[in-house]
Write a protein that binds this ligand. Structure first.
Ligand SMILES: Cc1cc2nc3c(=O)[nH]c(=O)nc-3n(C[C@H](O)[C@H](O)[C@H](O)COP(=O)(O)OP(=O)(O)OC[C@H]3O[C@@H](n4cnc5c(N)ncnc54)[C@H](O)[C@@H]3O)c2cc1C
Length: 308
């Protein structure tokens, strides 16, 4: 019930000031965010990859309101690409970008975002890695998929994200299940209206399974982005039944969430990629993580009240 309230708060400047300024916030943020600086994210990358995990790096930022911020996002990702190239991990370390950080919501945003993200995708390819376009709220899906289509004409390895809570997503999965297509399937993390998205968690889960079946039966490379033990087991079962080898799909989880499960999947021979966010603009990301899990929120509120 509190989820939608928190998701609304994730876009409130006033609540951002209160939450960001509270001393108890920091330790909670540290659980989900690898650090504020690039060097800290690289330390996390080394730690994870030394345990056989793969990574996708997210320089935190979203909903930029002017072109100079969009340029700063581009430059941060170019610096990140250079740092990743120095680690020599190739496609074991890729990047995730939010197009709203590249100016998608500005006037003429589609072209602005495409112009700013293209050099990052080019640099990633030159460094032997790739980029996945995160999916944001439903108003951005058409533009994001169109930008994906344009990028994939030159860089077919560019990844997409689809959210099972949206009614449209089974159709999107069919359209994206072709050869060479890399698609991360997630449940969805934004506050969406009943006109476009399932509101009942069980419906979201059922839709996730239907989407998973489409992607796993297709010719692309499915990336299963979920911490849900049922979804992980169903993906393993489908992979087995459909004759996919363990390296013909991968699991993805967020930094700091179910790390033992991440290592267990690697030990079983699966590809497991950890989404590693870093940077100073962690507020929206952090609030979405609280909204996903009442236990996280309860712990945070107890801490705020000085009892936790
Ligand atoms: C790699 C990755 C990339 C993502 N990219 C996007 C994206 O581009 N766009 C988008 O809308 N969403 C994205 N998400 C978020 C996603 O949509 C869900 O909100 C999130 O993954 C929670 O759903 P779940 O499938 O883990 O299942 P849930 O049903 O929410 O959770 C299942 C179990 O996982 C554990 N768990 C889940 N969340 C948490 C948490 N915050 N803290 C602690 N434990 C938790 C708990 O054990 C819980 O019982 C991404 C998720 C992952 C893993």
């Amino acid at each position: 019930m509190l989820g939608p309230v928190l998701l609304a708060a994730s876009r409130s400047a006033a609540i951002r000031r209160i939450v960001s300024g509270a001393p108890v916030t920091r330790p909670m943020v540290d659980r989900f965010v690898a650090g504020e600086r690039l060097a800290e994210s690289m330390a996390a990358v080394r730690g994870l990859t030394s345990h056989g995990l793969e990574v996708t790096l997210d320089h935190l930022g979203e909903d930029v309101t002017d072109r100079s911020e969009a340029l700063r996002s581009r430059d941060a990702y170019l610096a990140l690409t250079e740092a990743l190239a120095g680690e020599g991990l190739g496609a074991r370390a890729e990047m995730s970008v939010k197009l709203s950080a590249f100016g998608q919501a500005l006037p003429g945003g589609h072209d602005v975002a495409l112009a700013h993200v293209t050099p990052v995708v080019e640099a990633a390819a030159a460094a032997g890695t790739t980029v996945t376009l995160d999916m944001e709220d439903h108003t951005t899906v058409d533009s994001t998929l169109a930008i994906l289509g344009e990028l994939r004409t030159r860089f077919p390895q560019t990844g997409a994200v689809v959210q099972s809570y949206l009614f449209r997503t089974e159709d999107d999965c069919r359209a994206l299940a072709g050869e060479g297509s890399r698609v991360r399937l997630v449940k969805g993390a934004y506050n969406e209206p009943a006109s476009v998205a399932h509101q009942d968690k069980r419906e979201v889960d059922r839709a996730f399974v239907r989407c998973l079946k489409i992607l796993m039966s297709g010719d692309g490379y499915p990336m299963v982005g979920s911490h849900d033990p049922r979804m992980v087991a169903i993906a393993q079962d489908l992979g087995h039944r459909l004759g996919r080898k363990k390296d013909e799909y991968e699991f993805q989880m967020l930094y700091g969430i179910r790390p033992a499960e991440q290592e267990r999947l690697v030990a079983e021979g699966h590809r497991m990629r950890v989404y590693v966010p870093y940077g100073t603009d962690w507020y929206g990301y952090f609030m979405r993580r609280l909204a996903e899990r009442p236990a996280n929120l309860a712990f945070f509120l107890r801490s705020l009240a000085g009892r936790g």
